[in-house]
Design a protein around this ligand. Structure first.
Ligand code: GZL
Length: 330
């Protein structure tokens, strides 16, 4: 059965690159648990009832993304937002999506924790005639035309950018790959991009599930299993920060004895870069809540929107300054 796999290639072909400036990451509530709507109603006037299923609060990136979503999908901005944190469990996301159908929301937005397992609920949402806006991660489904639009980063390109830096600066590196949540679009595509450049240098891999604690544990095991590894590619900053703890516990120097390359570019990650414990960081900007709000307004109004909007990233090496890090809003 043909799967409607939403790949980076399709994104590259269909995408309208939307140059996103680094939007200030607004205040918003810091409680990622379920937050009820703004009490508005989709009936009276133009308040848009949005059900947002966030996959979790696993990393600095996710926290910053949640803050940006909540700072822009506000009552004042015309939204009645129901926000549900799934604690990285697909079953929690599926339950939230079904609840949104029962609540009769105007638009459903969600960041799928992994790419597969959504066919049934996506078909039910389609049957309920509720438009879906896909956020951040991607889906691989048999449902035809499962979402109206997607906004997120080009994960494959992020992996390629990391790989090109390694090839340029450490061509003989013995690389351990700290993978994100297995089966997530961010993990599969960053890995694909990275290995398309330096795959022959990868001597081992393990998932740290995008969390600091699991990244530390995976690195502890890797240090024992691969004593000659001299570079870690971590699919996000949080796992890289866990790797720093594991490396330092052995008496080795992160960034020197074992180089660390990561993706995200959240404040803690860039601080590690200034502290010379990370060597290269590819940004994945989470602060696109303003762009998401505009997309949802257009979808709710039945206006034409592009199939995808790519959040533009950059990359940083150890030449960045403390002032630059201090100026970052996430
Ligand atoms: C990337 C996002 C990833 C981040 C991680 O867009 O899906 O999930 O890189 C987060 O920090 O856990």
């Amino acid at each position: 059965m043909r799967r409607n796999t939403f790949t980076r290639t399709m994104v590259a072909a269909a995408a309208t690159i939307s140059m996103l400036t680094l939007a200030a990451c607004g205040g918003g509530s810091d409680d990622p648990a379920t937050t009820g709507g703004g009490g508005g109603s989709s009936q009276g006037g133009d308040t848009i009832k949005v059900g947002f299923s966030q996959l979790g609060a696993e990393s600095g990136w996710r926290t910053a993304n949640t803050e940006s979503v909540k700072a822009n999908l506000t009552k004042e901005n015309g939204f009645d937002l129901t926000f549900v944190d799934a604690q990285q469990k697909q079953e929690n996301q599926i339950k939230a999506l079904r609840d949104f159908i029962d609540q009769g929301v105007d638009v459903i937005a969600f960041s799928p924790v992994i790419e597969t397992g959504w066919d049934e609920v996506l078909q039910d949402i389609k049957d309920a005639d509720i438009p879906v806006v896909l956020v951040d991660r991607t889906v691989d489904t048999t449902v035809a035309d499962p979402f109206v639009t997607w906004i997120g980063a080009d994960f494959t390109k992020e992996g390629v950018t990391a790989g090109e830096w390694v090839k340029e600066n450490h061509p003989d590196a013995k690389i351990f790959e700290l993978q994100g949540t297995m089966g997530s679009g961010a993990q599969t595509n960053r890995q694909e991009g990275f290995r398309s450049v330096v795959g022959d240098n990868v001597i081992g891999e393990a998932s740290g599930n995008f969390t600091r604690a699991e990244g530390k544990a995976a690195t502890e095991a890797a240090l024992a299993a691969y004593p000659d590894m001299d570079l870690i590619f971590a699919h996000n900053d949080d796992m890289g920060l866990g790797a720093i703890e594991a490396i330092e516990a052995t008496g080795k120097k992160p960034g020197v004895d074992i180089k660390i390359v990561t993706v995200d570019g959240v404040k803690d990650g860039l601080q590690a870069l200034v502290d010379k414990k990370f060597n290269y960081v590819v940004e994945c900007n989470p602060a696109f809540g303003d762009q998401l709000a505009e997309l949802i307004k257009k979808v709710a109004a039945g206006e034409q929107v592009e199939k995808s909007t790519i959040v533009v990233d950059e990359a940083f090496d150890q030449t960045i300054t403390q002032e630059f890090v201090d100026s970052r809003t996430f």
